[in-house]
Design a protein around this ligand. Structure first.
Ligand SMILES: Nc1ncnc2c1ncn2[C@@H]1O[C@H](COP(=O)(O)OP(=O)(O)OP(=O)(O)O)[C@@H](O)[C@H]1O
Length: 370
């Protein structure tokens, strides 16, 4: 149990059944009871009104209402409680157990990668970033795709000029509530495409380090596609907390995505999971579902590598149209089915990061004590 137990101000007689009820409530993403997961930060009682404080290590704002209702119903069996006042918060861990220095202001860096181009990595990155923000996190995105920077268009800020007020650090754009920096703000696509290996990785790391990022819970990096030198060097130069691999279900893309999984495993960056994009075509008129690129390739790959399948996105016209007009689907249709899939993916990504870091915390505190 966490040190939060010092915030528990209930008599032993009441504390035990309350903790038992709260721990019987399994968090669907952490797959642990709320007490075991360290989410219960406050317990107090005034008359028969229980004051409950919860702090999640991943952003899940859209679930707060249902969670409170479910917990309140369970606690209602106790005679000593007839009302529950619940405060919920979210706080990701700030941990960098890796060799690379953490970025000031940035708690977690998430790399979004794909084995090959054109699988929808940038579309997934931008919608994931916006979904993390919709779930209550402070988010930034770095477009490191030197072969085809797309964030300026996808976020509707094609003319942003990242001025450098002090001649050293650059500003980030703000779009739909997230901070954005892109190699595309600096260079035309063609010019950037001639970059090679370590030089490109060095320039991207510089872009990352020399941007005045606001306080961020998560910085999503849209990596260059592929698994070559640039990607490997970038993964070693940037304090990446975890990686998300985007693939389509067909065999060739999957073979490439496997290389992506292996690359991150080689440099000890946890693979948080796989997003299968363009999983099926959903006809917007008749609702017919068709598996154009094969069925469940991402599912099989996730099983084979023992990493979670974070979600499956349909091939849908409006996903493309929305990024083309600079208003990604998570913003354009924020309560629609597609936005909800991205939000589900965002919660899973945040929870996976938290679980990965719980393990790091354990190993760090052991070596500190020694
Ligand atoms: N689920 C989807 N449904 C419909 N269109 C999609 C979907 N995902 C991506 N697209 C479209 O597919 C094209 C390629 O997507 P995107 O640019 O995100 O891929 P990428 O993997 O980042 O490509 P690159 O490696 O070339 O940068 C874009 O036109 C995008 O709008």
């Amino acid at each position: 149990m966490s040190s939060a137990s010092s915030q528990y101000h209930l008599s032993d007689e009441l504390l035990q059944p309350v903790l038992a009820i709260l721990d019987a409530y399994q968090d669907p993403y952490l797959l642990q009871g709320l007490v075991t997961a360290g989410c219960v930060t406050k317990l107090d009682i005034e008359g028969k009104r229980l004051q409950l404080g919860l702090c999640y290590p991943y952003p899940c704002q859209s679930l707060y209402r249902d969670t409170v209702m479910a917990i309140t119903n369970k606690l209602a069996v106790l005679d000593a409680i007839d009302e529950v006042e619940c405060e919920i918060d979210f706080q990701p861990a700030v941990i960098s157990a890796g060799a690379v220095d953490p970025l000031p202001n940035v708690k977690q860096v998430i790399a979004v990668a794909s084995g090959k181009g054109g699988v929808g990595k940038s579309t997934t990155s931008v919608n994931l970033a916006l979904a993390l923000a919709a779930e209550g996190a402070k988010v930034g995105i770095l477009d490191a795709d030197i072969y085809g920077p797309s964030m300026p268009i996808m976020l509707g800020v094609p003319d942003f000029n990242p001025v450098s007020p002090d001649g050293k650090m650059m500003t980030a754009a703000t779009a739909h509530g997230i901070a954005a920096q892109s190699i595309g703000f600096m260079l035309g696509g063609d010019e950037a495409a001639v970059w090679r290996g370590p030089m490109a990785a060095g320039a991207l790391a510089q872009l990352l380090n020399e941007t005045l990022w606001p306080e961020l819970d998560y910085l999503v990096i849209d990596m260059p596609p592929g698994t070559g030198d640039i990607q490997l060097t970038l993964s070693q130069k940037v304090p990446v907390s975890g990686a998300v691999i985007v693939t389509t279900p067909q065999d060739i893309a999957l073979a490439d995505a496997k290389k992506g999984v292996s690359m991150f495993q080689k440099v000890n960056i946890p693979v948080l999971g796989i997003v299968e994009n363009m999983s099926f075509h959903l006809c917007s008129e008749c609702g017919h579902k068709e598996h154009l690129f094969g069925e469940d390739g991402g599912v099989k790959m996730a099983q084979r590598y023992g990493v979670p399948l974070l979600g499956q996105l349909p091939l849908k016209l409006n996903i493309r149209e929305d990024v083309d007009r600079g208003i990604p689907t998570v913003v354009a249709d924020s309560e629609g089915d597609v936005a909800n899939i991205y939000k589900e993916i965002a919660r899973r990504v945040g929870a996976q990061l938290a679980l990965t870091q719980t393990q790091s915390v354990v190993s760090i505190s052991i070596s500190d004590d020694e």
